[in-house]
Design a protein around this ligand. Structure first.
Ligand code: AMP
Length: 593
């Protein structure tokens, strides 16, 4: 297919249907649907001598593995879903990650398969990304760790087929995978699906966003007709309700009203920053908080350049993007968990489902594309009942996106300033004092070191005639090192910017015309419009274009801008800084063959 760049970047509004807040009523009557308030997960840990999981009648192996994991009580979604799934009912659940939804479907499925000795898989779980597939498979493995002969296999793209094929040849109970790779294995006959009696669609809305609808339907059509169906989605746009209507049979419905609860532990902030000052602003933010940070950016290219810049400033940083091989990603997440890395620079898809408790700060370096992306990003902090902070970078042109975001999440995002030299220097001073006072405590704990220190002190006093205060000063000097301790870079831009932004913000609040111009400018800056020579006459739909672009390149569905389909051509807004190789791949993409 010929490809040409079109200079007309157009007013952007992605044609993907959102409608996420529509309630489930169309499918059900009110009595049938369970609406449940989520609660912080730490409450589910409960007292030592109680076990809220006993009521479900799980076998001892499952209870043992739950005890090993420290789970004492089921979360609200587990309380509601487990009895229904144990009865073999279909289930439609609206719940986000962080609510315990994985265990909600995994535990009853493991229980039902506890005596399974057959070779072919019985359960298929479909997830939008390889990260989530790995995570869900890991959950199945840990919940079944005490159940002998229970096997879970993960199959996802970006890794070699051979290991997956040989795992699928052996006895398997549960297969967890991404749609593309599942299709490949079904087509090649390496994944035998004739005995599948339960299908779970996890994060179904995300799969749709990524253009997987046709693939999902294809897979469902291949599976045996008689099966239990479980569908979990964070939001309920009309496409999801349609899938539910089409494939689920009298499902139990559960709505976990968790968004507010989940995010309320996270303090949400924004700061105004012009594009050319973003990196500097980021470094200043990291002066205040740099242990357990995720920085979200829009492109892979940016993940690398920002990580490099931060590394040069002395931070321990890693990158998580679609180009990083799977095993390396797992290793990175592990190192982040263990504290060998403090800062992760990531793209949205790569960080989906990431569950690391020590994340204290999420920086939205690039503005998220929609409310779901924002909620997902900030949900990487405030895990397991801990508090966290999220900071959103906003430039002049993104101000109206900020207002939309506040409206759609019904949250007031508090404005903060970029830390000035004065604030940073105060913080450095505070940290130095803290470090010195902490190390005086630590010293008491190690007798050997204590003896060494006493020896050093004695010889400083005897040989060099130093008194206590001289020695203390010299020691602190040693901690500070040779570099100048205080920042003295020109920070006048911060003060200027804060004033200008506030003035502009006031001037513009009554001026809708200007806002809409700004939106156009914003789009011009971030996207380029590409022209493809297929259109309505070829029977093309928006979903076809998204899925072809996502499947043929590394571009993720969320970063695709406006799509316009005309009779014999289509215009698609794509991120401005695409790699040459990606552009070449775009030239060759096929839509519906
Ligand atoms: P999920 O929503 O499935 O991504 O789960 C979020 C986190 O909650 C994971 O770290 C789980 O290990 C944890 N979790 C799930 N169920 C429980 C429970 N009943 N008690 C304590 N933690 C749980």
């Amino acid at each position: 297919m010929a490809l040409k760049k079109d200079s007309n970047a157009l007013d952007n509004k992605q044609e993907k249907s959102q409608n996420e807040d529509t309630p489930l009523l169309e499918l059900t009557n009110l009595e049938k649907k369970k609406e449940i308030e989520s609660q912080p997960l730490e409450l589910s840990k409960g007292n030592d001598n109680e076990n809220g999981f006993l009521e479900f009648g799980f076998n001892q192996s499952i209870l043992n593995s739950l005890r090993n994991k420290g789970y004492k009580n089921p979360t609200p979604i587990q309380k509601a879903a487990i009895p229904e799934l144990m009865l073999g009912r279909d289930l439609l659940g609206q719940a986000q990650t962080g609510t315990g939804k994985t265990a909600a479907f995994a535990l009853p499925l493991i229980e039902k398969l506890s005596d399974n000795n057959e070779l072919n898989a019985k359960v298929l779980v479909m997830t939008p990304t390889r990260e989530l597939a790995t995570q869900v498979a890991e959950s199945f493995k840990s919940y079944s760790s005490e159940s002998s002969n229970f096997k879970t296999v993960a199959i996802y793209g970006g890794t070699d087929y051979r290991n997956q094929i040989s795992a699928l040849k052996r006895k398997v109970d549960v297969v967890v995978g991404t749609p593309g790779r599942i299709m490949d294995h079904i087509r090649q006959g390496t994944f035998k699906i004739k005995d599948i009696n339960c299908l779970v669609l996890d994060e179904a809305d995300e799969m749709l966003n990524m253009g997987f609808l046709e693939d999902i339907e294809w897979i469902i059509d291949q599976l045996p007709e008689n099966k239990q169906m479980v569908l979990f989605s964070a939001t309920m746009p009309s496409e999801i309700r349609n899938i539910a209507k089409k494939y689920l049979n009298d499902p139990a419905e559960i709505l976990i009203k968790s968004v507010k609860k989940e995010t309320q532990l996270i303090s949400q902030k924004f700061l105004y920053v012009q594009r050319h000052h973003k990196l500097d602003a980021l470094k200043r933010i990291l002066e205040i908080n740099n242990e357990g940070v995720i920085i979200f950016v829009r492109t892979k290219l940016l993940t690398n350049s920002i990580a490099e810049a931060l590394e040069n400033s002395g931070h321990t940083v890693a990158v998580l993007n679609g180009d990083i091989p799977q095993n390396q990603r797992e290793n990175t997440v592990d190192r982040l968990k263990k504290g060998f890395i403090n800062i992760l620079v990531a793209t949205d898809v790569a960080a989906r489902g990431l569950d690391v408790e020590r994340i204290k700060l999420v920086v939205n370096y690039d503005f998220p594309f929609d409310k779901e992306t924002y909620t997902h990003r900030i949900g990487r902090t405030g895990r397991a009942g801990r508090s966290g902070e999220a900071i959103l970078f906003v430039n002049q042109r993104e101000k109206h996106f900020l207002r939309n975001l506040e409206n759609s999440t019904r949250t007031k995002i508090e404005e903060i300033n970029i830390p000035s030299n004065k604030i940073i220097n105060e913080k450095r001073m505070e940290k130095l004092i803290e470090n010195v006072s902490e190390s005086s405590l630590a010293k008491d704990e190690n007798e050997e070191n204590k003896a060494l220190i006493v020896d050093v002190l004695d010889s400083l006093k005897e040989k060099y005639s130093m008194d206590d205060s001289n020695i203390a000063m010299a020691a602190i000097n040693l901690v500070i090192g040779n570099k100048s301790f205080f920042v003295d870079e020109d920070d006048s831009w911060i003060h200027k910017q804060n004033n200008t932004d506030r003035n502009r913000s006031n001037r513009n609040s009554n001026n809708r015309m200007r806002n809409s111009n700004r939106r156009n400018n914003y789009q011009n800056d971030s996207f380029e419009t590409y022209k493809f020579n297929f259109g309505k006459f070829d029977g093309i739909r928006v979903a076809n274009i998204i899925s072809s672009i996502c499947n043929s390149t590394n571009i993720n569905g969320r970063s695709i801008g406006k799509i316009q389909i005309f009779n014999d051509y289509s215009l698609v807004d794509l991120p401005r800084d695409l790699h040459k190789e990606t552009k070449n791949k775009l030239k060759k993409i096929k839509v519906r063959n």
